[in-house]
Write a protein that binds this ligand. Structure first.
Ligand SMILES: Nc1ncnc2c1ncn2[C@@H]1O[C@H](COP(=O)(O)OP(=O)(O)OP(=O)(O)O)[C@@H](O)[C@H]1O
Ligand SMILES: [Mg+2]
Length: 261
């Protein structure tokens, strides 16, 4: 999907003014800076491209501002919704990203340029989503990835983004725990991936079902730090559900996930 030959300047101006409106809505100057960083001209062009290719029709509103980028809700031509995750091209978290890409054999040939690293990072998240989705793990469906932008299934109800696991009162914590544990186990065994940032902040709850998000930093189990990341993921799962009365043994969990056939 290449950029159109002639970019409609009016369209870009419209998009820019909309972005400006989001930006000005945020009183916090740090948040404003985030907007300036996330919508550089190339990113606006890529969004333009996604719109002319009718992948999205409109960028509706920001759902969240994260360490590495922003997530927006978008409307499609048929009135559905998608989530748009835009990685910031500025240097804020560049070093942090490098840590996860170095050591992943899939990205051995990565060049030094920041732009390429961030594109690779977005692609990594996209491919991880695809790989997990392909075996039916509870993650948003991957749709399109162009440059620093990932388009995926919108997790929410009637256009409202789903809440995080951390904010939920759980009616049946054991069931949610079992589902999440089962997902982490299959993730490790069947996709050879370790989430590496698993916590109640990266699980959305939709209709009582936990959906795991933010898989950009997931690493292959051959990554030198894979075991360390897996232990941390397990410990976050155990810690959160302990507060909900679920007893679990982290060593046993680790054995069940990574030990033996
Ligand atoms: N597919 C989705 N559907 C609905 N909301 C989403 C989706 N993906 C992400 N979000 C929302 O956007 C937030 C940030 O997304 P994500 O965790 O992937 O990005 P991040 O930049 O790593 O953020 P953080 O630094 O907060 O971890 C999520 O916590 C969630 O609220
Ligand atoms: Mg997150």
């Amino acid at each position: 999907m290449g950029l159109p030959m002639r970019v409609d300047d009016k369209f870009l101006r419209d998009l820019e003014s909309k972005v400006l409106a989001y930006r000005n809505r945020d009183k916090d100057s740090a948040d404003r800076k985030t907007y300036d960083e996330v919508f550089d001209r190339t990113t606006l062009m890529t969004l333009y491209d996604l719109m002319t290719n009718e992948i999205i029709d409109n960028l509706d509103f920001p759902i969240a501002t994260g360490k590495e980028g922003n997530v927006f809700r978008a409307t499609t031509h048929d009135g559905g919704y998608l989530a748009v995750k835009i990685y910031r091209m500025s240097n804020a978290t560049f070093n942090n990203i490098q840590k996860y890409i170095a050591g992943d054999e899939r990205f051995r040939n990565l060049g030094k340029s920041r732009r390429r690293t961030i594109h690779t990072w977005a692609q990594k998240e996209y491919r991880n989503l695809e790989r997990m989705g392909a075996i039916g793990l509870a993650v948003p469906k991957a749709r399109v990835c162009v440059k620093n932008i990932i388009i995926m299934e919108f997790i929410g109800q009637d256009g409202t983004p789903a809440p995080h696991l951390k904010d939920m009162k759980l009616e049946n914590p054991q069931e949610v725990y079992d589902k999440l544990f089962g997902n982490l186990k299959r993730m490790y065994r069947e996709t050879q991936l370790v989430h590496a940032d698993f916590s109640e902040y990266n699980v959305l709850m939709l209709d009582g079902e936990p959906i795991i998000i933010d898989v950009g930093q997931a690493v292959l189990n051959t990554h030198p730090m894979a075991m360390e990341f897996l232990k941390r993921d397990i410990s976050n799962l155990a810690r959160f559900f302990r507060k909900h009365g679920i007893k679990s043994d982290e060593n046993d969990m680790l054995k069940q996930i990574a030990g033996g056939p």
